[in-house]
Design a protein around this ligand. Structure first.
Ligand SMILES: Cc1cc2nc3c(=O)[nH]c(=O)nc-3n(C[C@H](O)[C@H](O)[C@H](O)COP(=O)(O)O)c2cc1C
Length: 379
């Protein structure tokens, strides 16, 4: 029944109009225009009522005027590109691994210029390296196809270069985690080069991706998981995007992400020994990207007695939702940042999938769902 309602909703003319506006790049401005209209209507109603003229007339009218001017400016500057050419951002080679991972953010407005041939070559080197079988956790190959074309994506504007993440058609959770892990390593590399990135999953039009991939994709064997827009960030952004970026660039506190018990009740004390030895590894996981900023990954640290001392032996990573794709991608992204942080701190370890018995877990738990562990290697 609910599926029928959803189908009839998706076939309604209003929904079709929304999708057409979304993928033609006009929806951002229409949402903005609706706010102008609402303010004008409030001012109109205030004028008719005649009470509280400042609150009900002048204030909404002022906001409407401000938003209206911003809307015209946004359309001319961003949509039609009426602005001076922008420079190529400098690389960030002087930043350490942690600052780089914290510096990454989802860029939703790109310059119209393509990557320089040097940047393109360096990016493709990283793509090749991180898609190699010996760099993956699973046995199945995943790959990242480069497309230079304005794919239909939402709400990102100006993007014309993408990496399309492709996993085997048959569902394999570890391959989806591999997509997250490998692509995040490429994203971190791109950030260091001064490039801007934006993971795009639900906001990418699959039809347009398949069309542009042509014979580089086999619909029987391959499955497009998501894309990542790559390019130079533009300082010119629609107001709607600025607002969205501000609202989404926030995170749950560490106490809701890292735990010291298998029931996810006791927050991990990341500030005291022995866990403080992992420094900013927690923070870069906390700030890793996830679809709709849903932040679905959780971690449980496990300690054991080693040489009469309580020492951390591993960190178990879990997905907090049943989402088969985006939660697994987000977990892979965490893994990439965790691993990169550990490498920077010279903390050795490896990822492994442990059985409930190996984890000493005898309870039944659907969620959070265990995916894999970072097993610490002591010298
Ligand atoms: C798998 C995945 C899919 C995403 N899909 C979209 C998308 O379709 N459109 C979009 O604008 N952002 C998308 N994002 C970016 C998130 O919205 C973003 O990471 C989150 O809001 C946090 O913001 P930040 O990356 O700036 O910290 C996606 C991120 C991930 C990891």
């Amino acid at each position: 029944m609910t599926l029928e309602i959803q189908k009839s909703f998706e076939n309604s003319p209003l929904w079709k109009l929304k999708v057409r506006l979304q993928y033609s790049g006009w929806l951002q401005y229409i949402i903005h225009a609706i706010w102008v209209l609402i303010m004008v209507m409030i001012a109109g109603a205030g004028w008719l009522i005649g009470y509280w003229p400042v609150l009900l007339f002048w204030m909404p009218l002022g906001i409407a005027a401000f938003l209206g001017i911003a809307l015209v400016g946004n359309v001319l500057i961003v949509k039609y590109g009426w602005h001076p050419a922008e420079g190529i951002p400098a690389s960030k080679t002087d930043m350490d691994a942690f600052d780089l991972m914290r510096d990454r953010h989802s860029c939703r407005s790109f310059q119209s210029q393509n990557l320089t041939s040097e940047h393109h070559a360096k990016l493709m080197e990283a793509v090749q390296f991180h898609s190699q079988q010996n760099q993956l956790l699973g046995q199945k190959p995943v790959r990242f196809e480069y497309i230079c074309a304005p794919l239909t994506v939402w709400p990102v504007v100006g993007a014309s270069q993408f990496l399309v993440a492709i996993a085997p058609h048959e569902y394999n959770r570890l391959s989806i985690i591999d997509v997250g892990r490998s692509l995040q390593k490429i994203v971190n590399h791109a950030t260091k080069m001064g490039l801007a990135t934006c993971w795009i999953g639900p906001g990418a039009d699959q039809k347009s991706i398949i069309e542009h991939l042509g014979n580089r994709i086999d619909p029987i064997k391959d499955h497009v998981i998501c894309v990542c827009a790559i390019g130079y960030e533009s300082m010119f952004k629609p107001l709607f995007i600025r607002l969205m970026q501000k609202l989404q660039h926030r995170r749950l506190p560490l106490s809701q992400l890292f735990f010291s018990d298998p029931l996810f009740k006791i927050p991990l004390d990341t500030k005291s020994e022995p866990y403080s030895n992992y420094g900013r590894c927690y923070e870069v996981c906390q700030w890793s990207p996830s679809s709709y900023n849903s932040q679905t990954t959780r971690c449980v640290a496990v300690t054991d007695q080693i040489e009469d001392q309580d020492k951390p032996i591993r960190f178990d990573f879990f997905a907090a939702t049943t989402s088969r794709y985006y939660a697994a991608v987000a977990l892979g992204i965490w893994c990439a940042n965790w691993e990169t942080g550990c490498k920077a701190l010279n903390k050795h370890g490896h990822f492994a999938i442990l059985s409930p018995k190996e984890r000493g877990f005898d309870g039944v738990s659907d969620l959070p769902r265990y995916d894999l562990s970072w097993v610490i290697e002591y010298a």
